[in-house]
Write a protein that binds this ligand. Sequence first.
Ligand code: DX5
Ligand code: ZN
Length: 226
Amino acid sequence: MTFDRTVKIAPSILSADFANFGAEIRAIEAQGADWVHVDVMDGHFVPNLTFGPPAVKAFRPHVKTFMDVHLMISPVDPYIEAYADAGADMITAHVEAGPHVHRTMQAIKATGKMAGVALNPGTPAEAVAPLLDLVDMVLVMTVNPGFGGQSFIESGVEKTRQIREMIGNRPVHIQIDGGVTPQTAPLVVEAGADVLVAGSAVFRGGSVDRPDVYGTNMAAIREAVG
Ligand code: DX5
Ligand code: ZN
């Protein structure tokens, strides 16, 4: 994938119909999703449980764009290969998930996949500074991870600005995850973000029988960021 900073929308299938993932993925892509964001939760690092590697592997053939796998699990290192084999294009792990985030990023890169590093709202921007030559993306969480539909935490805007400055001209994406809406998206794009994860703001009001609503919801976010 060639690097660019154009704004990309990555719907989180955490807000999809859990009985119908294949059709939901096809619907959001047909309506213009740039990436597909898969939220992996372990009931330990975050208070919720979602997708193991076999589920992610089952999503893979439906994803024609780019499968962005957000691991909210701890420990994370023992599972990297399994998610790589399941077909992730990008694997993102949290700074807070263990004592050796640099090793975790090396392990992701060793699989040949792209590597992302995520920060919780309570973690300062500086935590990713030593990793910027190693990673392909920094994920700034703008909610405390675990659930969709929470409200945007404003301090993520300034943190995004700091990280954008730290990245300089390295080819590193900045992704925002949590509470992204047509109201909050312009704040983070102006601060330097280029990948917007959105769960409820994309899926709200739509279904596989009304996929046009997904398209309208994504268009509202794109229009808001100009
Ligand atoms: C939160 C997840 C998010 C979540 C976003 O733990 O990482 O990807 O699905 O959902 P919204 O867009 O509804 O805040
Ligand atoms: Zn996520």
